[in-house]
Ligand binder design. Structure first.
Ligand code: PHE
Length: 345
């Protein structure tokens, strides 16, 4: 084969290349030169039969031509996708389309809260909402914590800059959903089975606390209620929400607004009770509970000689984190609204 054959072929290819105006053209060109039955395949066929003296030179030129064709085709191919080729449509119908981003329900504010509401429904607890910013009276005083009582320190409270109310005192960011207890009683509709779910605020932040979080508060007021009823409700909830394998325990505690009072723990779902970075000892404190104090009933204009009741208040974030299989070991993620995090749930 004479020398000029490769040069002519290279020229011919460059002419063909100029005529390409679509990806279909580009593909036909590729098939013409590089396809199984293409020009280069033919030349490689010849290569097997030529005399040894010229084989080396022939092979080198053939490979050069092949590399050259391949790189020109791939350059043009990327130009099509970059849309830089003049006169070439930028629309490429074979590329996958761009999916619009679809949002989903927030894991705490919607998903967890809806699930909690559904679990309590069959027991007759109905969801209510009381103010997220409330008077000192409802947050503390009516709950048997008179002004300056040291127990208030436990609710590291945000105070709102606002004029004081003569009757109800200062305005605070509600530090717990218990602020809704007396408000509910004052509606004067007995018996009560309230589920108050609301945002609360406290000056605390670490792996286990965020300054703005949700709580759900159950309050039942009726005749002849007992700790057994309270336990039954808490266990029922824990089994429904976390699954049959999870345990709860009550530890004696002190709240001014319940007597007796308990802290409620659930066995940790991250480590199955073995102890981990999040729970330390296998149990996670999830909230408080107890039998409603007579002074609180009185503040709600409910006669403690006829009625009694129980109450419990749990954190929604903490409860959610304890769900099996979630493995969220820092509550702060749940308060940050980082979409990369939230979209996983
Ligand atoms: N309000 C308490 C808290 O935030 C929890 C609680 C609710 C305790 C109801 C007893 C009864 O810690």
């Amino acid at each position: 084969m004479d020398q000029s054959k490769f040069e002519n072929l290279a020229k011919e290819f460059m002419e063909d290349l100029k005529k390409v105006s679509s990806l279909d053209d580009l593909e036909s060109l590729r098939v013409k030169y590089l396809g199984k039955k293409g020009i280069l395949a033919g030349l490689f066929g010849e290569f097997a039969q030529i005399s040894p003296e010229i084989k080396k030179d022939f092979g080198r030129k053939l490979n050069q031509l092949k590399n050259n064709i391949e790189s020109k085709l791939s350059e043009l191919h990327s130009e099509f996708f970059a849309g830089t080729e003049i006169g070439v449509s930028q629309f490429e119908k074979t590329l996958p389309g761009k999916k619009p981003q679809i949002g989903h329900l927030h894991p705490i504010i919607t998903q967890a809260i809806r699930e909690i509401v559904e679990i309590f429904k069959p027991l007759g607890f109905t969801q209510v909402r009381h103010p997220e910013v409330d008077w000192d009276y409802f947050a503390f005083e009516s709950l048997n914590m008179p002004k300056t009582h040291p127990a208030r320190d436990e609710w590291e409270t945000f105070f709102v800059k606002a004029p004081e109310n003569k009757e109800y005192g200062k305005l605070v960011v509600s530090p717990h959903t218990s602020s809704g207890q007396v408000r509910e009683m004052l509606k004067n509709q007995l018996p009560i089975r309230m589920l108050n779910i609301s945002r609360c605020g406290r000056r605390q932040i670490d792996v286990n606390h965020i300054p703005f979080f949700f709580q759900f508060e159950g309050l039942a007021i009726d005749k002849n209620l007992s700790i057994a009823n309270l336990r039954g409700v808490l266990d029922y909830f824990a089994q429904k929400f976390f699954g049959p394998g999870r345990k709860t325990r009550l530890r004696p505690f002190h709240f001014r607004f319940t007597e007796p009072s308990f802290e409620v723990d659930v066995s940790c779902g991250l480590c199955q009770g073995a102890g981990c970075r999040f729970c330390k000892e296998g149990w996670v404190e999830i909230g408080g509970a107890g039998m409603v104090h007579p002074n609180v009933l009185k503040a709600g204009k409910v006669d403690p000689k006829i009625y009694n009741g129980f109450a419990f208040g749990w954190g929604v974030e903490r409860t959610y984190m304890m769900k099996a299989g979630l493995k969220i070991d820092d509550m702060r993620y749940l308060g940050e609204n980082n979409l990369k995090f939230l979209s996983q749930f």
